[in-house]
Design a protein. Structure first.
Length: 338
């Protein structure tokens, strides 16, 4: 059996903070005392939580696909690594050509027809293994995570699923890697899949890290296909990009309601420190890149909660080519709550 393994950061994700981890950990270590519970409430890939393995970790994300990955990496539930490796090895050696939801809806779009058939087969099989109690919840999350990371590695996209390139030859084949997760996670770690403004009222933490979307780009649009495969409700899909209905997954943080929603969030948080990532794209790029919350609004809202300091670092940002922004600064706003 020869299986490659994968780490948490081996996926493409808009706004992921993997490269900023040294900056984030330094800011926390030098400015925050007695942090036992670290809550990462717009967790995305979970990369930031992974930098605080000695803390009790709480993750949350509105996308189920991120929740499932966070569960795979951070859940305290035990899993059988040999069982997972054997199943992954079996999947990698499969030759399937059946018709299923994936092949019928996505053949030769983001993936070849053959890989779509295989993705559909694997996802059905994971569900069946879970229903038949051959795998537990963590093992199911690990297998779905392995599949989502494998899809991400070969997808015919530029990192997100708004569009695919027409007429390409699909030269990369689907290969699942073993997610190198730990069986020694803190027993009190918890993962959630809710809107942040509702989870905020239910938890307490020492430090809450907030990394909201900055602009009008909805994550459920960019990652609809991973979300679809993770949920596996097999909904109707529409349009060239074959998107499902995403009405319940839209975030207010990508709309004009962002400042008000952010204000409600901050007032409901129960914690000693709030650490906020928000970049300085405000009115510098094209319309879609413009930040939804201004610096003045951030300072006013955080200022009512406690005393605020700003830390910054130069950072190269993702742009679609429509805007060319140099010298972009990634900032951390640290609020020491009253
Ligand atoms: C900038 S990304 C976070 C990236 C993350 N820090 C990382 O390193 O991967 C913002 C995340 O917030 C999530 N999100 C957006 N609106 C949300 C909401 N209202 N409640 C919970 N999560 C939300 C998105 O799905 C996305 O994963």
């Amino acid at each position: 059996m020869s299986i490659k393994s994968t780490a948490i950061n081996n996926r493409r994700y808009l706004g992921n903070k993997y490269k900023l981890l040294p900056f984030i950990t330094k800011t926390v270590n030098e400015n925050c005392d007695s942090i036992d519970i670290f809550a990462d409430l717009f967790a995305g890939t979970g990369a930031v939580s992974s930098a605080f393995p000695e803390k009790i970790i709480i993750t949350n994300d509105i996308l189920y696909s991120n929740y499932i990955c966070n569960l795979a990496w951070f859940s305290p539930q035990q899993f059988d690594s040999l069982k997972i490796k054997n199943i992954i090895d079996f999947y990698n050696n499969l030759h399937v050509s059946e018709n299923n939801y994936m092949s019928e809806n996505f053949a030769d779009t983001f993936f070849s027809a053959a890989d779509c058939s295989k993705i559909g087969y694997i996802r059905n099989d994971i569900e069946q293994k879970f229903v038949e109690k051959n795998i537990n919840e963590r093992e199911k999350a690990l297998l779905i995570t392995s599949l989502l990371y494998a899809m991400d590695r070969i997808a015919n996209t530029c990192g997100h699923y708004d569009a695919f390139r027409q007429g390409v030859t699909f030269d990369k084949k689907l290969e699942l890697y073993y997610p190198n997760a730990s069986n020694a996670n803190n027993a009190q770690n918890r993962c959630f899949n809710q809107d942040i403004n509702s989870i905020a009222k239910q938890i307490e933490a020492d430090l809450v890290y907030l990394d909201p979307p900055y602009n009008s780009r909805q994550y459920c649009d960019a990652y609809h296909l991973l979300e679809n495969v993770a949920r596996w409700k097999q909904p109707e899909v529409k349009g060239i990009a074959r998107k499902m209905n995403r009405q319940n997954l839209k975030s207010d943080y990508c709309t004009k309601f962002a400042p008000k929603t952010f204000e409600e969030l901050i007032s409901s948080l129960r914690c000693k420190y709030i650490l906020l990532s928000y970049n300085n794209m405000s009115n510098k790029g094209n319309n879609r890149s413009n930040a939804k919350i201004t610096d003045d609004e951030i300072l006013r809202i955080l200022g009512r909660k406690g005393s605020v300091q700003i830390f910054s670092e130069e950072y190269k940002t993702f742009t679609t080519g429509k805007s060319d922004i140099k010298g972009n600064k990634e900032r951390l706003f640290l609020c020491v709550c009253k």
